[in-house]
Design a protein around this ligand. Sequence first.
Ligand SMILES: [Zn+2]
Ligand SMILES: [Zn+2]
Length: 235
Amino acid sequence: MKIDLAGLLFPRRCPVCHEAVEEPGELACGICRLKLPYINGPACRKCGKPLLSGEREYCMDCRNRRHHFRQGKAPFVYDKLMRESIARFKYGGRKEYAAFYAEEILRRCWKEAAYWKPEALVPIPLHPSRKRKRGFNQAQLVAERLSQKTGIPVDAGLLRRVKKTRAQKELSGRDRAANLRGAFSIRDEKVPYKKILLVDDIYTTGSTMDEAARMLLEHGAGSVYFLCICVGSGT
Ligand SMILES: [Zn+2]
Ligand SMILES: [Zn+2]
């Protein structure tokens, strides 16, 4: 019998209940998986948010606003459970959750994302001072996991966060877009990819994703897509 010594010494934590996962080799408890807020019903064809009853194809936000990205998806809705999970991931040092999130993204969204034929995975960067404080960029951890499974390279240096923006949750609507304006710079004069897949943890208003996509398109990218762990529940 092969003994998983690392697993015994440092048991993997479940991204739902935050206890040690008892099933060997699993990334989450079987029972906890049942509680996850998967997007199972109809979702917006642009941003992946679950559609409210009566909406067809596009959510209200995507009907009212032109996005710079072409399309995006996520496996989960950003509800209380996912808020706690991602808070532990980002602020509680639970970097191992990245493997679980990436696995779920691939399982639920890759069939569609593969059609986009992305040449590179580009994580949404943190401002260097924020990254230093946190010790890592959560989006990059997820992107690296996705890369291991898909073979598509991660280009974590293409986008840089040059402006320290205020937390988006403190702002509303128009202020969010203004807050993000000029937040990113691009490493290359001309982006060396036609199709880029942005990776982030949460998509809510889309201001961050839009600003990143706008910059990439301005520097020669042909189309920009995104994958996230969660999307807001659509309002
Ligand atoms: Zn659990
Ligand atoms: Zn939408």
